[in-house]
Design a protein around this ligand. Structure first.
Ligand code: NAD
Length: 515
């Protein structure tokens, strides 16, 4: 019997021994930077001349690793291996597959700070955020293992005296998993192992900015007993191998997490039935957000300010759930804005591979330029209250930035910025606050700070987001506690870390035998 699921506890780095352990892990990882990593196809290590160079966003001349890059030919090889492997893997027992996940969780847990140190380097994560990212990956392993065992029990259906009926789930086939760089361990791990534990085989294409940590997970899964060919590691260009595999007739499903633009184009390409294709591809596409926190007139204003600051600037605002819009009741607007500004002034910013700063750099030059562009736009759309400057001389650093008095329809209120920028707008009452909150194309997360029970009920009915939180920030969903996924252009609402998630990668089969 497995222990009941509970989430992995977070590390408190104000405790000296914990901080010391992390410093040691960072020094150890520093010694291992700059190595070459191969692809893994059917267990075989394949080195290519063409490499993806992964670097530290906070110190751009520091190379984290040189990772081999798959081309179409290697993508095709991986597809064939995954297809062949599926023929027997689909018959493996749920218990065996779950046990691989449980063992992998134990291995990562034992090496937690080392894994955090890798993603501090590769993702520019602050320590607390890195620790939470690794904890979430462990949670996915533990939770999906248990969910698979539950699903394996089947579901009750009715039989008659003349027949014996049974209903259960079987896997789909070969799936393409395309993961983002922002939860470089957790989402990559969760999206790779969920189809695997359900009996599918996987082509894992991690984000090009963060392929090294994905290689580390592959090593762990192999150590935990995952057979060759079950998950194949094929970093490569989205437009080259991504498109090739999305359109491949043997691809049975695609699990994508990333931007709206890429997600919608995958959805469209996957819909086209290719010559030789025998099914309709299933697509899970979890995409962007434009997440709002509402502050009511009757509310704990200190809680509101702290929650906005943490949700807007944690991990440099590079979370799909990040608070990028604060909609505040006019009676408390000035006070909340002032307090958020005060708290933001205390934020320290720097290379987190040197020290435990609250914020580090944004992921790369593309992100830096895009965010700085939105800050320029913001200067015409609102009042710059704090921040606004960037420095990309050593790494891609951007100050935490606050704009006030922004029109709800303004660009910085509508488009996903994916950086440390929050825009404030004033609402005359709670109804207007809800209208503003709902006026984007997205619907991922939202939060309401209020002491008014009626307003809580109103928000439950009318605040149209997949993850709605009360009296807390809008980030930090926990596997098994807050199933995660959004409405509208935020995606297919697959609810990662929830009790229904694994069904995305399975199909129901009815068996009826005459007696
Ligand atoms: P992105 O869309 O640029 O890239 C995501 C992945 O898609 C990468 O692995 C990339 O290489 C790949 N890709 C690019 N073009 C492709 C193509 N044509 N075919 C196949 N794959 C292709 O996103 P990103 O910058 O890595 O991540 C940030 C985005 O992800 C933000 O919009 C954020 O909101 C979103 N996100 C959403 C969730 C969620 O659960 N809803 C979670 C994390 C991040």
């Amino acid at each position: 019997m497995v222990q009941p699921y509970r989430h992995e506890p977070f590390t408190d780095f104000t405790v000296k021994e914990n901080a010391k352990a992390m410093e040691e892990a960072i020094s150890q990882v520093k010694k291992e930077l700059g190595q070459d990593y191969p692809l893994i196809i059917g267990g075989e290590r394949i080195y290519t001349d063409n490499k993806i160079v992964s670097f530290n966003p906070a110190k751009k001349d520091e190379v984290v690793g040189n990772v081999s890059k798959a081309d179409k030919e290697l993508a095709e090889k991986a597809m064939q291996v995954a297809d062949e492997t599926f023929q027997w893997w689909r018959k493996s027992t749920a218990q065996m597959r779950a046990d691989i996940l449980f063992r992998a969780a134990a291995i990562v847990r034992r090496r937690k700070h080392e894994f955090s140190a890798w993603i501090i380097h590769e993702g520019g994560k602050p320590w607390k955020e890195a620790d939470a990212d690794i904890a979430e990956g462990i949670d996915f392993l533990e939770y999906y293992g248990r969910q698979m065992l539950e699903i394996d029990k089947g579901k009750e259906i009715v039989s008659r005296p003349i027949e014996n009926n049974r209903f259960g789930y079987i896997p789909l086939g070969v799936g393409l998993v395309v993961s983002p760089w922002n939860f470089l361990f957790a989402i990559m791990c969760g999206t790779a192992v969920s189809p695997m534990v359900t009996g599918n085989t996987v082509l894992l294409k991690p984000a090009s900015a963060t392929p090294v940590i994905a290689y580390k997970l592959m090593e762990v899964l192999e150590e935990a007993g995952m057979p060759a060919g079950v998950i194949n590691y094929i970093p490569g260009s989205g437009s080259e191998i991504g498109d090739y595999l999305v359109e491949h007739p043997r691809t049975r499903f695609i699990s994508f997490t990333g931007s709206r633009d890429v997600g919608t184009s995958i959805y469209e390409k996957a819909a086209k039935v290719q010559p030789g294709q025998k099914w309709l591809k299933r697509v899970v596409a979890e995409m962007g957000g434009k997440d709002t926190m509402i502050v009511d007139s009757d509310s704990d204003l200190e809680l509101a300010a702290e929650s906005i600051m943490n949700s807007a600037f944690g991990f440099q605002g590079q979370k799909c759930s990040a608070c990028s819009r604060a909609v505040v009741h006019e009676d408390v607007y000035d006070e909340v804005l002032e307090r958020v500004t005060e708290l933001t002034k205390e934020i320290d910013l720097g290379n987190t591979t040197e020290k435990n700063y609250f914020m580090s750099a944004v992921v790369d030059k593309g992100a830096y330029d895009k965010i700085m562009g939105y800050i320029d736009t913001g200067k015409n759309e609102g009042r710059l209250v704090h921040g606004g400057k960037g420095d990309d001389s050593k790494g891609y650093f951007i100050e935490p930035t606050i704009f006030a008095d922004v029109d709800p329809k303004a660009t910085i209120m509508q488009e996903e910025i994916f950086g440390p920028v929050v825009a404030f707008t004033k609402a005359k009452d709670f109804n207007e606050a809800l209208d503003i909150a709902n006026n984007t194309d997205y619907g991922l997360t939202g939060a309401v700070i209020t002491n008014n029970r009626n307003h809580i009920e109103m928000a439950k009915e009318d605040f149209h987001v997949g993850n709605l939180y009360f009296n807390r920030g809008c980030t930090a969903a926990i596997v098994g506690y807050h199933p995660f996924g959004g409405f509208n252009m935020s995606g297919t609402d697959s609810k990662a870390g929830g009790p229904d998630y694994l069904y995305n990668f399975m199909q129901g089969k009815t068996y009826s035998e005459m007696l």
